[in-house]
Design a protein around this ligand. Sequence first.
Ligand SMILES: [Zn+2]
Length: 99
Amino acid sequence: MTLAQLQQVIRATYGDKDSRRGVEGTFMWFMEEVGELAAALRGGTPAEQSAEFADVLAWLATLANGVGVDLEAAVRAKYGGGCPGCGEVPCVCDQTEKP
Ligand SMILES: [Zn+2]
């Protein structure tokens, strides 16, 4: 599944509820899922971690749908040509900036 397909699946499945909730309410759910991912990374099983990654990505797609961002195009534009900072693969940015 591509990111564009994910956004379409999320739109088809939850689009009506998502637009009623709005971006602000959706962001709260997104952050809750990020917290659940943190808990799973600390002590969850591989299956639990996998499920939480899926939830975070699904809520991120919901947010992108809400503001009209094409995730696939955004990721390609920002990361498709290497590190956004130095333009290299692998990144050769100064480690003190973002260790
Ligand atoms: Zn870099």
